[in-house]
Design a protein around this ligand. Structure first.
Ligand code: MG
Length: 290
């Protein structure tokens, strides 16, 4: 059984017979899946092989960037363009329609970022991204022995007008993040006291910690998404955990490897794509991204 229901309603989130299907293998550390509707592909990273890949709606798997400068998390901006976190460039990047890359941000008050990890779009068009130091600390994730220049591992907000602020400075290793609503951010911390924390967000881009929202076991939440009903889909050590909007577990999709991240996508948005260590997977659902 790959679907493990904690509550009965979990089973109703999947078509009959749904099970994880492995679409790709042989990677080292997959991460950062994001569906790009304009291209009909899911882009994902193999951070430690320094590449990105694209899997099309037609079932074709293609190498995308090699080297990828250790791209990690991705999302779409308000115009549907691909946004990437780059360990190698220590920067937040945007891919233009012609395929070229634009650097959106690489420093804050004169100091270089550590290694941007994951990014989420707020409904106001701002991009919020986390900046732990994995890409400095780990040679296999692009680390070249460079020191941290910032005094912490923060969460940054890039406003549509280009203004860069650091609204969250109280985390150890901020990692995956998702907006449950315009005024609620869920932020995973994979450092000490690993859990996902809830922050109130104001229209002017400030964030205040409310408290711990949930924690998975085994493993940690690295990446997470919310669906159209506000349910939380979180990576974990044993697969994907699905939780109610207030953080109560509904059930688990069990995987044979540690899951790092996930996204909804496909032509009708109901496919759940999962990056799990050496594999890339899909399971069909009856919901879609929120
Ligand atoms: Mg991550």
């Amino acid at each position: 059984m790959t679907l493990h229901a904690t509550r009965l309603e979990f089973t109703g989130l999947f078509p009959a017979g749904a099970a994880p299907e492995q679409l790709g293998r042989g990677y080292t550390w997959t991460e950062g899946p994001t569906y790009v509707p304009s291209r009909g592909v899911v882009v994902f990273s193999d951070v430690r092989q320094n590449r990105t890949w694209a899997y099309s709606d037609g079932g074709e798997l293609r190498e995308e960037l090699n080297p990828s400068e250790y791209q990690n998390g991705h999302t779409l901006d308000a115009q549907g363009r691909l946004i990437a976190c780059s360990h190698g460039q220590r920067a937040l990047l945007r891919q233009e329609p012609d395929g070229s890359w634009t650097t959106l941000a690489r420093t804050f008050e004169g100091a270089r970022f550590n290694s941007p990890n994951d990014v989420a779009l707020h409904p106001d068009g701002s991009l919020w991204f986390t900046d732990p130091s994995y890409g400095l600390d780990k040679p296999e994730e692009g680390g070249r022995g460079e020191p941290m220049e910032l005094p912490g591992r923060w969460v940054f907000r890039l406003a549509p007008d280009g203004t860069l602020t650091a609204p969250i400075r109280d985390r150890d290793k901020p990692n995956g993040l998702v907006f449950a609503s315009a005024d609620t951010l869920l932020l995973a911390d994979t450092g000490k006291d690993s859990a996902t924390y809830r922050y109130d967000v104001t229209p002017d881009g400030r964030a205040t910690l409310v408290g711990e929202h949930f924690r998975v076991n085994p493993g940690k939440t690295d990446g997470l998404r919310v669906d159209e009903a506000g349910r939380i889909w979180s990576s974990a050590g044993d697969g994907v955990h699905v939780l109610t909007p207030d953080g109560q577990e509904l059930g688990r999709i069990l995987f044979p490897e540690v899951v790092s991240n996930l996204c909804f996508g496909g032509p009708d948005g109901t496919a759940l794509y999962v990056t799990a260590t050496t594999g890339f997977w899909r399971i069909m659902t009856l919901t879609r991204a929120g």
